[in-house]
Design a protein around this ligand. Structure first.
Ligand SMILES: [Zn+2]
Ligand SMILES: [Zn+2]
Length: 148
């Protein structure tokens, strides 16, 4: 299993204790976690603001991505795709850091997100002139196995 330290070495990003701790939690979890869920798993000295700041930094640098849930809740997960193609990404800048090319399942009862890693939607993007592509989200909604 990858640790956050090897991840930072690999991507040549500057590691801090807080960034490593947040990244570790996301690495250990197979499904996207909400801000609240991450906070619960962190040591007590972590406050909401520190977590927001660190999540934003990780997002900006493409290590994680974000999914929008119901009621504008945000879910975060490791951006495996970015990590695999890190070098390519840095040279081309064609893929938005927040971009994220697999689908998700969102349970309408408990609100949890699950990665559908086998579904890779392909879009032929033809945007109007001067429109800039940022991210595409594909979410399948329904009930998870625990909520049925
Ligand atoms: Zn559920
Ligand atoms: Zn995912």
């Amino acid at each position: 299993m990858k640790t956050s330290q090897t991840l930072f070495n690999q991507t040549k990003l500057k590691a801090t204790q807080a960034r490593l701790e947040v990244t570790d939690i996301l690495l250990k979890n197979p499904r996207p976690l909400s801000h609240q869920e991450i906070l619960k798993k962190l040591p007590q000295n972590f406050d909401r603001v520190t977590l927001y700041r660190n999540l934003n930094w990780l997002l900006k640098n493409g290590l994680i991505h974000r999914i929008s849930g119901e009621d504008r809740a945000r879910y975060f997960e490791i951006n495996h795709q970015f990590i695999q193609s890190n070098e390519k990404y840095r040279s081309s800048r064609k893929i938005a850091p927040d971009n994220h090319l697999h689908a998700h399942f969102n349970c309408q009862n408990c609100g949890k997100f699950f990665c559908l890693d086998d579904i890779h939607p392909k879009f032929k993007l033809e945007l109007p002139p001067k429109f800039i592509f940022d991210t595409i989200e594909l979410t399948v909604k329904g009930k998870c196995s625990r909520c049925q």
